[in-house]
Structures are given as structure tokens and as C-alpha cells.
Ligand binder design. Structure first.
Ligand SMILES: [Zn+2]
Length: 299
């Protein structure tokens, strides 16, 4: 082969590589049925605090995995399923149920029916509710690996993203206004320099315990507001340790619990924490490259 021939071959090989690379990138952008590109698409980490009304359902997508923290309440299950399907999701690698209240596990049965769930994590708290029994039955029937988490554990979400478990701790908190809330699974989502504290419905007693355990470890870029912005959570010492730039509140419009509490909103304002809320803003999409982040409101 002469000199010119060698160079032409090299050019062809490079052109093929470039074509494959560009096609691959294009294929990575998800388009919804209506032709819109979902908020956060293409970001290495996307977190969506889904607008499921009164309740929590938080979708986390890394380069490698899909995780869901809580499943909203029973009446919102169809909405949840359609939101996940419009994201092109068929498999949920990790499902985390923070605690067995209906507004967090109400959609679990529908999730098990509609998606392949590879692993379930929960707080280890048991109740006598039919919802909880149904949840356990389905996990067993479908043979889904099931882990009870505790402070100190880490859940790897791939793509350099970790969920560090900060609560609950044994023995469980007892004798509080809501022990089920207080023993919620609390995790800190960490991707490089970005972090988001996901508190379930942990109340002041749980916050106090986490402060004693590792106050410095609570510091996070953003906070998913505890217990739907209720005055039972977001104590001042806790907020000062977390020092979030913004709080994301998951709640339904005109909910019967009157969440969020005006005193909580006041505390956020006094501590210069920006407020985002699903009842007025719709689904909140957080996208991060590990250094910076954006928060996009649905409306
Ligand atoms: Zn709740």
C-alpha cells in the first residue's frame, strides 16, 4: 500500500468512528410522544420530584440506573405510571420506600405490575395496613431482592452517584407523634460536588438524631423538604446544618393537612433557602453535571 492509500484508509476509519459517535449521542436524547424533549434529558444526573398531589414520588436517573423513592398515594397511581412511561422507563433498578404510609407507598402495587423492579429497599417498619400487606406479598411473589436499610449503608446508583443512608437507626425512635415518619429512610444523593438530601417524612426527633450522629455530613446543595413542608420537620438547627440553597416541597394543592406550614416557609426565607413546590410549580426537575445544577418547574 502506498503512502496516499494509507491516509485514505485512516480518513475512512475516522469518519466511521465520528458517525457512530454522533448517532450514539442523538440516540441518547429521549423524545416524548408529543415530540417534546423532557426537562433534564441528556444530563448525567436528573432528579424529578414528580407532581403526584399529596405524597412523595422522586425519580432519580443516572447514566446507568433508574431509582424511585416512594410511589405517591393510591389515587395518583395512574398518573405516576403514565409519567414514568412518558420518560421511556420500563425497568426500575432501585425502589426505595421511605416509610409505610399510603402517601409514600400507595403506588407500589401498580409499579410492581407495570415495571420490572430489580431491588426494593425500605426502613424495616411494618404496619397492619392492607396496602403494606399487599406490598410485601408482591415482593415475595415476584421474588424481588429486598433490603432493610440503616444509617451508614450506601446504595450505588452507578454513574459515580451514591445514595448515602443517614437514617433510620436502631433502635427505632419510639413514643413520638409519628414513629413511622420519624423512622423514615433518609438518604443523601451525592454526585461529585452536587448533593440532595431526601428526607421522606422525617420529623424533628429524627433530625435531632441525625445532627448528633453526623452534623457535618448533612450539608447538602438542595433539600427535599421533610414531611411535605409540615411544621413537624425542618427544625432550625437541622436547616443550619444542611444549609441548602433551595428546598423542594412535594405536596398537593389545598391538601387537608394544610401543608406547607407558614412557619416552615418563614424559616426557609430567613435562612435564604429558595422555595420550590409541586402544588404550584408542578413536577420539579433538577439536572446536575456534578458541579452546577438547574431546577426546572413544569409550570
Ligand atoms: Zn407523607
Amino acid at each position: 500500500m502506498n503512502r496516499v492509500g494509507k491516509w485514505s484508509w485512516l480518513l475512512i476509519v475516522m469518519a466511521v468512528f465520528l458517525l457512530v459517535f454522533l448517532t450514539g449521542c442523538h440516540g441518547g436524547t429521549l423524545t416524548q410522544p408529543d415530540g417534546k424533549v423532557p426537562a433534564g434529558a441528556g444530563s448525567p444526573l436528573t432528579v424529578k420530584v414528580l407532581d403526584v398531589g399529596q405524597g412523595d414520588a422522586i425519580l432519580i436517573r443516572t447514566k446507568d440506573q433508574v431509582a424511585l423513592i416512594d410511589t405517591g398515594d393510591v389515587p395518583a397511581r395512574e398518573k405516576l405510571i403514565s409519567m414514568l412511561k412518558s420518560e421511556g422507563i420500563t425497568t426500575i433498578d432501585k425502589l426505595i420506600i421511605t416509610h409505610p404510609h399510603a402517601d409514600h407507598m400507595g403506588g407500589a402495587a401498580a409499579i410492581f405490575e407495570q415495571f420490572t423492579v430489580k431491588q426494593v429497599y425500605d426502613s424495616g417498619q411494618k404496619t397492619n395496613s392492607n396496602l403494606y400487606k399487599q406490598y410485601l406479598t408482591q415482593i415475595k411473589k415476584k421474588n424481588i431482592p429486598f433490603t432493610v436499610v440503616a444509617a451508614g449503608m450506601t446504595i450505588d446508583l452507578g454513574g459515580e452517584t451514591l445514595l448515602k443512608v443517614l437514617a433510620p437507626e436502631q433502635p427505632f425512635i419510639g413514643g413520638s407523634d409519628s414513629d413511622l415518619n420519624n423512622n423514615s429512610v433518609v438518604t443523601k444523593l451525592v454526585y461529585k460536588n452536587f448533593s440532595l438530601l431526601l428526607t421522606g417524612d422525617a420529623e424533628a426527633q429524627a433530625e435531632e438524631r441525625m445532627l448528633k450522629r453526623d452534623a457535618a455530613g448533612l450539608k447538602s446543595t438542595l433539600l427535599k423538604s421533610g414531611h411535605h413542608g409540615s411544621n413537624t420537620s425542618s427544625s432550625v438547627p437541622f436547616l443550619q446544618a444542611v444549609k441548602p440553597e433551595a428546598a423542594l416541597i412535594s405536596l398537593g394543592a389545598n391538601n387537608e393537612y394544610h401543608h406547607p406550614h407558614p412557619s416552615t416557609l418563614k424559616k426557609y426565607k430567613e435562612n435564604k433557602i429558595k422555595i420550590y413546590r409541586t402544588d404550584t410549580d408542578g413536577t420539579l426537575t433538577v439536572a446536575s453535571d456534578g458541579n452546577t445544577y438547574t431546577i426546572t418547574k413544569e409550570r
